[in-house]
Design a protein around this ligand. Structure first.
Ligand SMILES: [Ca+2]
Length: 422
């Protein structure tokens, strides 16, 4: 079907939908799925759009007490990440794909926007852009280091993932950022699967997720090639410089034969979002290709299986795809009924939705469904079961968790930020 002119095409929706245009080049059925998923709601005037300030229930019969979306902030251009400053600072930073880093004061009943903190020059094709933010663990009321992950111009024609930091100074309501200091640069062969998340682990090291470098079927084999940083989870200690690099390698880094010292786990396709559970375990939502989206509990040195495995299945049907030595997901869901691209979230640690206590909340970027799952003690056991919170006419590009443990979700398409409420 052809969408009416008032609706945006997948390409216009930006990188995370444009991926499907890229991925499904030659696969019209999935392209059609993406387009047809938006029968309404993507024109700004569509009647189904949520009302500002009102909580909007999702479609379906959510288990576990249900949830609604309360619109807190609008007018963001393609939000890619939400970073809440530490407790007491009542500040939210919002990354826009185009490179702007916006700041909101949450100390009053309604968010108040302050001066943008940064406007970075970034590449913006497909899944490129300003993609991730992380406050240093010791960031405080006088400021500190803020890290970002962005695809930027470099000597490589495909662009480079750059992980960099800026020093932020806070003087009352005024935040100022110094010049970016480059920490890590990785050439990207394609404009998709650039991953994007940054997060500090409980031990204080910085985790960087890198996708397989893009296109489809991992044509350069980065997923299982441990010698490349692509297709891997990296872990660095940016609090000190060592060995000629502006960061150090943590002393307990896993030894993966043939891998660069930054490598912490391998076999990832596109770990767009990941986070840490309260017990310290790393939860990665690895975006799938043809049939399966997956959630992984990842430990040091793990091989997550891409591009041999997709979910708990062969990535290529009928291929030799034994999962020997690979870690399988603890949850997977198929591409069906509009579901096509997982967006990882957080374990719920808030108080407003007791039914979600201790459960991991995540969504699907294409269908707008949001679910929760329990975290199993043994991730290699039977797959856990998900409970649907609801389905909304949103493109959930990222979740955020505020200092109270309440969850937010960003709609990439319309640029609204919602809080998940009872
Ligand atoms: Ca996998």
């Amino acid at each position: 079907m052809t969408p009416p002119a008032a609706r945006r095409s997948p390409a216009e929706l930006g990188p995370l939908v444009a991926i499907f245009s890229v991925l499904v080049a030659g696969c019209d059925s999935l392209r059609a799925t993406v387009v047809e998923h938006y029968p309404s709601g993507y024109a700004p005037t569509a009647g189904a759009a949520p009302v500002p300030g009102a909580a909007v229930a999702g479609e379906g019969a959510p288990a576990g007490g249900g949830a609604k979306l309360l619109r807190r902030i609008g007018g963001i251009a393609e939000p890619t990440d939400l970073a809440f400053a530490p407790a007491g600072m009542r500040t939210l930073l919002v990354a826009e794909k185009g490179g702007k880093l916006r700041r909101f004061d949450l100390s009053g009943p309604e968010p108040v926007e302050r001066e943008p903190l940064l406007q970075l020059e970034v590449l913006t094709r497909s899944e490129q852009g300003l993609l991730g933010l992380a406050f240093a663990p010791d960031f405080g009321s006088s400021g500190g280091a803020l890290y970002f992950n962005a695809t930027r111009a470099c000597s490589n024609a495909g662009g480079c993932t750059q992980v960099a930091r800026v020093q932020v100074q806070i003087d009352g309501e005024r935040w100022t950022a110094g010049a970016p200091e480059l920490l890590l640069e990785v050439a990207q062969p394609y404009a998709n699967h650039n991953a994007g998340q940054l997060a500090f682990g409980p031990e204080g090291a910085l985790y960087v997720g890198l996708g397989d470098g893009g296109w489809r079927d991992d044509p350069q084999g980065h997923g299982q090639d441990v010698a490349t940083l692509l297709g891997s989870m990296l872990r660095i200690d940016p609090s000190r410089a060592e060995g000629g690099k502006p960061y150090a390698i943590p002393a307990d880094q896993p030894k993966i034969t043939g891998a660069p010292p930054e490598t912490w786990a391998v076999g990832l396709r596109n770990p767009w979002r990941f986070s840490f559970a309260p017990d310290g375990r790393l939860i990665v939502a690895d975006v799938g290709q043809n049939r399966w989206e997956e959630l992984d509990l990842v430990a040091a040195g793990d091989n997550l299986g891409w591009a041999i495995r997709e979910g708990r299945h062969c990535a290529v049907e009928g291929a030799d795809c034994a999962a020997d030595g690979m870690v399988e997901p603890f949850y997977e869901y198929p591409h069906a009924d509009g579901d096509a691209s997982v967006t990882g979230g957080y374990v719920y640690t808030g108080a407003a939705l007791p039914a979600l206590a201790g459960r991991y909340v995540f969504g699907d970027f294409v269908s707008g469904r949001v679910w929760s799952v329990p975290l199993p003690a043994d991730p290699s056991g039977p797959l856990v079961k998900a409970e649907l919170l609801g389905r909304w006419q949103i493109l959930p590009s990222t979740f955020g968790r505020d200092p109270q443990g309440e969850l937010w979700v960003a709609d990439f398409g319309k640029g609204d930020l919602y809080q998940i409420v009872p």
